[in-house]
Design a binder for this molecule. Structure first.
Ligand SMILES: Cc1cc2nc3c(=O)[nH]c(=O)nc-3n(C[C@H](O)[C@H](O)[C@H](O)COP(=O)(O)OP(=O)(O)OC[C@H]3O[C@@H](n4cnc5c(N)ncnc54)[C@H](O)[C@@H]3O)c2cc1C
Length: 460
């Protein structure tokens, strides 16, 4: 019987769902799957993006884990595509590859002052508070007034993590260094800026409502932002999500404020123009232009410039994918160019795209960094459907043996981790948590993660 040896690069939700869907799909060939990830632990942004105080979403790991625990997918962690293994290596050992490498860096924001000290990308801060091994252990939380630019869920995650009292995060899985950093934060005011009005935000009602439940944090909204035009009123009456958002914000307008030690301000119709220098190369203020509805659902600048003193700015304007060596990349969209998951390469004489046989993509690197974890499932279905139908165009590897890949990694001296290794790390983190009455305490340094996974911790 024909056998598909498949490599999947990226063990986030998209990669794991793709493996699961393929193994369950109706097909007339056998399948053997190896899942590679550059990190020693699987689950991608569910582990290293979703905020630690969202245990329900973090709980999706349980479902992903059940897929891996079934035992029909091999995991090779701590293996980076492009450095430890290349496309030529994969062609020698597999019939096809699916790239599910997601997006981990910040999209750029082009305003003066982004380079100042105290101006940060949200993705870096998220990676810090979620204990990503490749980011610094310490974070400079020295600002009393902070700006967060953006009106999506990541902006709200960042604002909430900055405004929330560290003690209230203690029951979560935040690493010890993150708790210590947040506990010492002198923050009093977090200002969130969105260019559009309250009825055009990208965040979801659940994330918004949660802000109003933070202990000792006043929610500040400004009456001037609620002078709705016809388009905004139509959005409130015609869209359930907008209706709820409007209702929550209006409830906050009625709330008595002034007693809390911290404040979270939502500024709508506020387009950041510049991050101002305090005279020493550090962030000193954020300068923004007041906007107004343009009557067609957008906004226009009013020319009225305002300024709020802040000592730090977090730019939460979206994530962006990273190119992979040897794989086509769309620099504008930050994705691997593809047609429903079949990777496309510009190789026709007329410059048009043609399919790069054997190479597929799914998840955020396929369609861009928008959408929830659940959306990666439908992505994977589409990609896997093409992979199955393309049987005649798969690669013909030198060796289909499962051992040959292990031999290659060992020959290269790569400290790869496996599913058993992940289980060791998982048990270790939960034991650390138990000692402190918490569900889990994450291990952050990469070498420690690898040592624990490989059972070498006692020797260290
Ligand atoms: C801050 C934040 C909060 C979020 N909160 C929520 C939420 O509350 N609810 C929700 O539903 N969704 C949330 N999301 C969205 C969700 O995380 C994504 O939809 C989902 O993780 C995308 O899955 P993916 O597998 O495509 O990418 P990822 O989850 O990014 O996984 C990609 C994997 O590929 C690996 N990789 C990358 N490059 C290489 C390489 N060269 N070699 C080997 N491996 C590589 C990475 O290490 C990673 O494990 C959030 C996202 C962010 C950024």
């Amino acid at each position: 019987m024909t056998r598909l040896r498949l490599a999947i690069v990226g063990a986030g939700p998209a990669g794991i769902y793709a493996a699961d869907i393929l193994l369950r799909a109706e097909r007339n060939f056998d399948v053997s799957i190896d899942l590679f990830d550059q990190l020693p632990a699987p689950y991608g942004l569910v582990r290293y993006g979703v905020a630690p105080d969202h245990p329900r979403i973090k709980g999706i790991i349980t479902a992903l884990r059940e897929v891996l625990d079934r035992g029909d997918i091999r995991v090779f962690g701590n293996v980076r595509f492009g450095e430890d293994v290349t496309l030529d290596d994969l062609k020698r050992h597999y019939n096809a590859v699916i790239f599910a490498t997601g997006a981990v860096r910040d999209a750029e924001l082009h305003i003066p002052g982004v380079e100042l000290e105290g101006s940060y990308g949200a993705a870096e801060f998220v990676s810090w508070f979620d204990g990503h091994p490749d980011f610094p252990r310490t974070w400079p939380l020295e600002a009393e007034q902070v700006a967060v630019i953006g009106n999506g869920n990541v902006a709200l995650d960042v604002a909430r993590m900055l405004a929330k009292h560290a003690e209230d995060l203690l029951p979560t899985e935040i690493p010890a260094n993150v708790f210590d950093g947040l506990k010492a934060s002198p923050v009093t005011d977090v200002h969130v800026f969105g260019r559009r009005g309250p009825t055009s935000v990208k965040f979801t009602p659940l994330e918004l409502r949660e802000l109003g439940e933070l202990r000792d944090v006043d929610m500040i909204v400004y009456d001037e932002d609620f002078d709705y035009d016809d388009a905004a009123r139509a959005a409130v009456s015609g869209n359930k999500q907008v209706f709820v958002i409007d209702k929550v914000l209006n409830q906050w307008r009625q709330r008595e404020v002034g007693r809390a030690s911290r404040r979270l301000h939502l500024h709508f119709f506020a387009k950041p123009l510049e991050i101002a220098d305090d005279g020493t190369g550090r962030v000193g203020a954020i300068r923004y232009e007041r906007t107004a509805p343009d009557g067609e659902g957008g906004v226009v600048g009013t020319g009225e410039i305002r300024e709020i003193p802040v000592q730090a700015v977090y730019r939460a304007v979206g994530y962006f994918g990273s190119p992979l060596p040897g794989i086509p990349f769309d620099e504008r969209r930050g994705i691997i160019p593809n047609r429903e998951g079949q990777v496309l390469v510009k190789s026709n004489p007329d410059g048009s795209n043609q399919q790069m046989y054997g190479v597929y993509t799914t998840g955020w690197i396929k369609r861009g960094p928008v959408g929830l974890i659940g959306h990666t499932k439908s992505d994977a279905m589409e990609t896997v459907r093409h992979l199955i139908n393309d049987l005649g165009n798969w690669w013909r590897p030198e060796s289909q043996s499962e051992e040959s890949v292990v031999a290659m990694l060992e020959e290269r001296g790569i400290d790869y981790t496996t599913l058993d290794g992940w289980r060791n790390l998982d048990v270790h983190e939960m034991a650390l948590g138990e000692k402190q009455g918490r569900a889990r305490v994450k291990v952050v340094p990469r070498d420690e993660m690898v040592d624990i996974s490989l059972g070498r911790a006692a020797k260290a």
